[in-house]
Design a binder for this molecule. Sequence first.
Ligand code: MLT
Ligand code: MN
Ligand code: ZN
Length: 315
Amino acid sequence: MRIVVLGSAAGGGFPQWNCRCPVCALAWDRDPRVKPRTQSSIAIETGDDRWTLFNASPDLRSQILATPQIQPRGLRDSPIRSVVLTNGDVDHVDGLITLRERSPLTIYATSEISAIIDANPVYGVLAKDVVARRTVDLGATFQIDDTTIEFFGVPGKVPLYMETESLKIGDVGGDTVGVDVRKGGSRLVYIPGCAVVNDDVRARVEGADALLFDGTVFEDDEMQRAGVGVKTGRRMGHVPLSGAGGSLEEFKGVNVGRKIYIHINNTNPILIEGSPQRQAVEAAGWEVSEDGLEVALSDAAGTRHAHGDRGSTAA
Ligand code: MLT
Ligand code: MN
Ligand code: ZN
């Protein structure tokens, strides 16, 4: 299985257009310890030179410009044939608009996320005679080319723009999902948003050859501390990395080949190479993704059993 990280930042990207928090300031000042990052999306080669986007970011056009694997092959012939959505937030759906221009595509989403797309007339620009919309139930596997995919619910919430007074965070359903991806004996679990790491989440990732997981904030209250907002990570539906109940602690001991943080907010100090937080994450066996990171899982990877075995990381 070939995976390319198109965008490793959370909503807003890094640096964010209106922000000079200490981490964004380094990026604006071109400090070599930080690399700018675009908004959350990965691409997987689901078939023979056929690629599927997992989330479609507002930065999709620049991501295609930076990624030969998903550039057009011939006259109006894109290898991007499908899009899989994990929630309805702007950073994950806005790029669908970039995919207008009458190329054949299929969009896969839960009924909750499909309803958002269906209710928004702007998405009508994706003409229904060429762009199919498929609604998939949680737990039902579906096939894209040679790849078998399953949505599973994770603790989450509705998209930011649909929050009301009665907002509930941490419900498991179709609003926020992870994706289990299997191809040629290898398995990836992709969870860019998750409010709580519970036993179900741990059981789901167990034995995967690679895990791409929500790396939004390091400290739950880091946005408050930086003076850029009042919300905690948990309030935004994103479990922090550090502290009690944080993802570093909760995934300790799970048997996963490669553990990689993705969907990283611009305030998160793991974006700074050599920072104490970055060192702590790396010492715990995690990687910090950056745009353009390629992850190749060999066909034999799915046979790995040994605890702590890294599986194949050949590029
Ligand atoms: C999030 O992951 O919390 C969202 O991307 C928020 C947003 O819409 O920017
Ligand atoms: Mn997001
Ligand atoms: Zn910032």
